[in-house]
Structures are given as C-alpha cells and as structure tokens.
Design a protein around this ligand. Structure first.
Ligand code: UFG
Length: 334
C-alpha cells in the first residue's frame, strides 16, 4: 500500500516524501509543478504531473496504485495573494479539495491528512491558541482552508472516512541532511528573507513594525522546523491507521514564540553577517503575536519534536540556501 502525497514537489510536501521514504513507506506524488520543483523529487518515487481537480486523473491514480492514505499539501499559500485573488484561492484550495475528497470516498480510501493553517484563527488576542479557540479567518486563504476542514469533518461523519487536520504555524528550516528546503525567488517569509539577505541575495531587508505591544515591539510567531512538522504527519498517519477516531484537529507548533528581532539576530549570529535591516511600518494584516498551545499533538499523537531551537532552523535554512542559491544576487538573474 502507498501514501499519495499531493504537492509532493513543494517545500513541505517534499520533506514529507523524504520522511515517508526514509521509514520505508511506498509513496506516490501528485503535483502540477506550478510552484513545486522537479529536482526535489526522488527518482524512485512514482510521480504524476497533474491537477488535484482532475477527476479522471484521480480515478486513474487511485485505480492504478494501491493507496492507503492521502496527505494533501497541494494549495496556494500566500495570504496577501488571496486578498486580491479570492476566487483563485477558493478554486484551488477548496473546490479542488472537494474533488480529491470525493475521489477518496468513491475509491474507498479512508485515511486523509490535511494541511491547514493558523490563519483559520484570524485575529488573535495574544493568548496561546488552542484547537478549540474561535476560528474567524481574516483572509480568503484562511477561509479556503477552514472550509476544507468542515468538508472533512462532515465527510468523516457520513462515510467510512477518517480525517486528521493539522494546522501549521510558521514553518521554517530545511532537511538537516540538505536534501530539500525552501526554494523560489519571491519569498515573503521572514526566515527565508533574512537568510537570503545574509547571503547577499538581497541588498537589505525590511522589518515590518516596531511598535507592537510585545517586549521588543516586533511581532511574535511560533516557528516550527519543517522536519518536526512532517514528523507530526507520520504520527498522524499511525494514528489514523490504528485509532477509530474519525476526525481530529491539531495545532502544529512548539508553543513558544520568537520576535522578528530575535529571528534577525539569530540569522546575523549564525551567518556571521551584519546585514542591513530597514525599519518599516507595519505590514497590513499582521497580528502582534501568534502562539499555539502545542500540547495536544504531543499528548495524543506522541509527537516528539527534535529541532526546537530557532538557531537550528536558521542553520538548516542557511545551509540549504548556500547550496542552492548559487549566491547570485536576484537582480542578476534572468
Ligand atoms: N517580516 C518582516 N520582514 C520580512 C518578512 C516578514 O519583518 O521581510 C515579519 C512579518 O511582518 C511578521 C513576521 O515577520 O511579523 C512573520 O512573517 P512571515 O511572513 O514569515 O509569516 P506570517 O506570520 O505572516 O505567516 C504565517 C504563515 C502563513 C499563515 C499566517 C497566518 O506563513 O501560512 O502565518 O497565521 F497563513
């Protein structure tokens, strides 16, 4: 039996494929390569180029391969983009997930893990977010993901179908063995941007907002190493295979925050480069602090994170960027 990973050529999906492969699971990847990269794919893992909304293709994959579970990453993920293209996000993230879930029900595939997001909580009051905290997304991105959570909940109640929803907080870092990492040249995520600046790929970076009600005035986020995140999915897969529970939701985070200044300090210290940081105004839509209550995942699924230090996330992100950026400033690239 194999695990179907949608979006398996993307940043998190590719780490998932490595982790499954490392523990001897058979894997099939479905990815349209809209943002994923072909060179992240393992040569001995079957790869299907295509769209998760293509019913005929899904029927073909689910008939050809003996799939025992689906881990669904394929989605659009940039919050500001979702504000200007809400219908594109609802199509890609919500409507196409409906096609994928329907195909699973049609083919009797009863285990499904879904990549959700802390964005489902919306404005947060600074207290640690529990899985039952109010969900009021403030972006189409967050709404597009929350609607899929509801579809999964209702499908699990009506059919022989079990779903696990994992809400990711701020994912960072790269495979400690250097086999995958975050690629692409239009990154907006803090650690990736800071690492690129340290390596001279950007002349400087901006620090968005220094007047937040936090100890150093900058935003606080709960960063999680991508390898620990995919380890949570492995725990989730075991849970679905050995537990009757039909639907569950878990936050994926360590339960402690780092400020933007702390992240920048870490990147400067580990890279040894004192790069230029320009203090800028607040970025619209940034809550002051997002921290999870991350206990349930450890308690219920036996998750044991191994890369909790911010410095380690930064070190691995730097290692990956050094290896793959060729150290050409972005302006010099075609
Ligand atoms: N930041 C900077 N400079 C930059 C980039 C980011 O100061 O160049 C700051 C941001 O303003 C924010 C913090 O760094 O205060 C973190 O920003 P990121 O863009 O790295 O991450 P977000 O917290 O905005 O986004 C995360 C996830 C999304 C999720 C969102 C909602 O990456 O997928 O949280 O909770 F939807």
């Amino acid at each position: 039996m194999a695990v179907l990973v949608t979006g398996g050529a993307g940043y998190i999906g590719s780490h998932m494929v490595l982790a499954l492969h490392d523990r001897g699971e058979a894997v099939v990847v479905l990815d349209d390569l809209s943002t994923g990269l072909r060179d992240r794919l393992l040569p001995d893992v079957p790869f299907v180029l295509g769209d998760i909304g293509d019913d005929a293709l899904l029927d073909r994959i689910l008939t050809t391969h003996r799939i025992d579970a689906v881990i669904h990453f394929a989605a659009r993920i940039v919050v500001p983009d979702s504000m200007t293209d809400p219908l594109g996000y609802y199509l890609n993230n919500t409507v196409k997930a409906h096609h994928l879930i329907s195909a699973c029900v049609r083919h009797g595939i009863s285990r499904f893990i879904f990549s959700s997001t802390a964005a489902v909580y919306g404005e947060t009051s600074g207290v640690a977010l529990h899985e039952t905290s109010e969900q009021k997304p403030i972006s189409p991105y967050g709404t597009s993901k929350l609607m899929v959570e509801w579809m999964l909940r209702d499908t699990a109640a009506a059919h022989d179908f079990k779903a696990l929803v994992l809400r990711y907080f701020n994912v960072a870092g790269a495979d400690p063995q250097g086999r995958s990492g975050q690629s692409g040249r239009n990154a907006t995520h803090l650690i990736k941007v800071a690492v690129e600046t340290a390596l001279g790929l950007r002349p400087h970076m901006s620090l968005f907002g220094t007047d937040y009600p936090t100890p150093d005035g900058t935003c606080i986020r709960d960063y999680i190493h991508v390898s620990d995140l995919v380890a949570a999915h492995l725990c989730g897969l075991d849970h679905l295979r050995h537990n009757p529970e039909a639907f569950s939701v878990y936050n994926c985070a360590y339960g402690r925050g780092a400020s933007v200044l702390e992240v920048i300090d870490s990147v400067k210290r580990i890279s040894g480069v004192d790069f230029t940081v320009q203090r800028a105004g607040r970025r619209p839509g940034d809550p002051a602090s997002i921290i999870a209550d991350g206990q349930a995942l450890r308690r219920d699924l036996g998750w044991q994170p191994r890369h909790e230090s911010l410095d380690e996330m930064v070190r691995h992100a730097l290692m990956w960027e050094r290896k793959h950026s060729n150290l050409q400033p972005f302006s010099a690239s075609p």
